[in-house]
Design a protein around this ligand. Structure first.
Ligand code: GAP
Length: 420
């Protein structure tokens, strides 16, 4: 299964989904850059999410808050004190490791040198620090946000007043978060800089259980219906009491069966009224409680790629849902050296480009072009040949079935639209 991961990483690099960060300088550990296909996939995921959870719902509104916040936010939220992992150092090779990972995954032996002696555990805060203004002193320390959630809590009153929403209602945001993880790794699974899509859903306390169930069902539907992830590839796991974050009374994780093991994809937490109370918002009377569904963009990309990856005989194919695929359609002139075919194919390309991300390929033979599009998940390929010049029909080839049919140029835009 590790092998599958290597194949996905290599496909991502070869085809422009994900590149190692700062590669020409030897990289920067656990930073990754999205290439031209990766950014399309990522944008498609974020747009679908926003449509489903903000635009299509009357009870959720969006915001986009600043990454840098007043450090008092992190003091009040408990992150300065409590947002840390237990750190140990291997006495032999000096690797820095998470004590809990060492116990759970490596039988208390250093994964790098098999050493068995470690320094005492100390708590390591995961927030990245930087300085505001020209002086690098303690007074000017600010933090890169480790979750987008706090931007929603501190703006609760602004949003409630301007949107005039009544409980229950939610605030959503998509944005970057930063964590100085001790042992990052597994490609884009655990990285230092990542994107979150979060909702803080404000409620009356006594409704928390039913609202929790409602969001759990919504998250499950998102995975299966919107992303096309197979039900058997994820599980919902209840947190033990000892695992709960400092703010949570109940949390479940959606865990995906990645090639390197079953690990967290998303979380759903009942944060009580911990945050709004901590920020001492001047609310008249009742302090709402909150249910928080949280979705990592990068882990979504990883899960979607793992779920879609197939090897079928000669070909590698990404069976992405058409809504997620970077290119919806590819256009090929049968022969690149026949100007009349290229001209006609360009017309078709321009027609489609208005509505969809459309690829153009006139290299090599048609079979190779199909394989190349399969590997990046393009659902439909259209070939323009000599018959097209006579009757305005083209060959449409389906990625999943590899079947070909002849359709008229006049219906092709509607055909692809129906699939999205
Ligand atoms: N506001 C709640 C919160 O931040 P979390 O479980 O710590 O909860 C939420 O993070 C989601 O963010 C995770 O479920 C995961 O999808 C993503 N995430 C967290 N840390 C990450 C990391 N180091 N790299 C990539 N994604 C991460």
């Amino acid at each position: 299964m590790e092998d599958k991961m290597q194949k996905i990483i290599s496909l991502c690099k070869r085809r422009g989904f994900v590149f190692p960060g700062s590669e020409i300088y030897g990289g920067l550990a656990n930073t990754w850059d999205y290439g031209s296909l990766g950014v399309e996939l990522s944008n498609n995921i974020k747009q679908l999410w926003w449509k489903r959870f903000v635009k299509d719902r009357e009870d959720v509104v969006g915001i986009s808050s600043a990454i840098l916040m007043n450090p008092k936010v992190w003091e009040a939220s408990g992150h300065l004190k409590g947002f840390s992992d237990p750190l140990v150092e291997c006495k032999k090779c000096h690797s820095r490791l998470r004590a809990d990972h060492l116990r759970e995954n490596y039988d208390n032996k250093c994964p790098n040198c098999k050493g068995e002696e470690f320094t005492d555990e100390k708590q390591f805060n995961l927030m990245f620090k930087t300085f505001l203004g020209p002086v690098d002193d303690e007074k000017s320390v600010v933090y890169l946000r480790p979750e987008t959630a706090q931007g929603m809590f501190v703006n609760f009153k602004n949003v409630q007043q301007t949107s005039r929403k009544k409980l229950p209602f939610g605030i959503a945001q998509i944005g970057k978060a930063f964590r100085n993880e001790i042992t990052p790794g597994n490609f884009i699974f655990r990285i230092l800089e990542f994107e979150q899509m979060e909702i803080e859903y404000f409620i009356e306390e006594d409704s928390w259980q039913s609202v929790f169930e409602m969001w759990q069902a919504e998250m499950q539907k998102w995975l299966v219906e919107a992303l096309g992830i197979k039900k058997e590839n994820f599980v919902i796991r209840e947190h033990e009491k000892s695992e709960l974050s400092h703010y949570s009374k109940r949390t479940v994780d959606f865990e995906y069966n990645y090639p390197f093991g079953q690990k967290e994809l998303y979380g759903l937490a009942y944060r009580t009224n911990f945050d709004l109370t901590a920020h001492k918002l001047d609310l008249d009377g009742y302090i709402p409680h909150v249910i928080e569904p949280t979705f990592g963009v990068d882990r979504t990309i990883l899960a979607v790629l793992c779920d879609a990856y197939r090897e079928e005989g000669e070909r590698v194919v990404l069976k992405l849902k058409p809504t997620l695929a970077p290119y919806k359609v590819a256009v090929f002139p049968l022969l690149a050296n026949k100007p009349e075919l290229v001209k006609k194919a360009r017309e078709v390309f321009n027609l489609l480009k208005n509505d969809f991300m459309t690829a153009w390929d006139d290299r090599g033979n048609i079979g190779k072009r199909y394989f190349s599009q399969d590997e990046i998940g393009t659902p439909y390929c259209l070939t323009i040949d000599f018959d097209t010049l006579q009757d305005n029909t083209i060959t449409l080839r389906d990625r999943d079935t590899a079947k070909q049919e002849r359709i008229s140029i006049s219906v092709v835009v509607d055909f692809v639209k129906q699939k999205l």
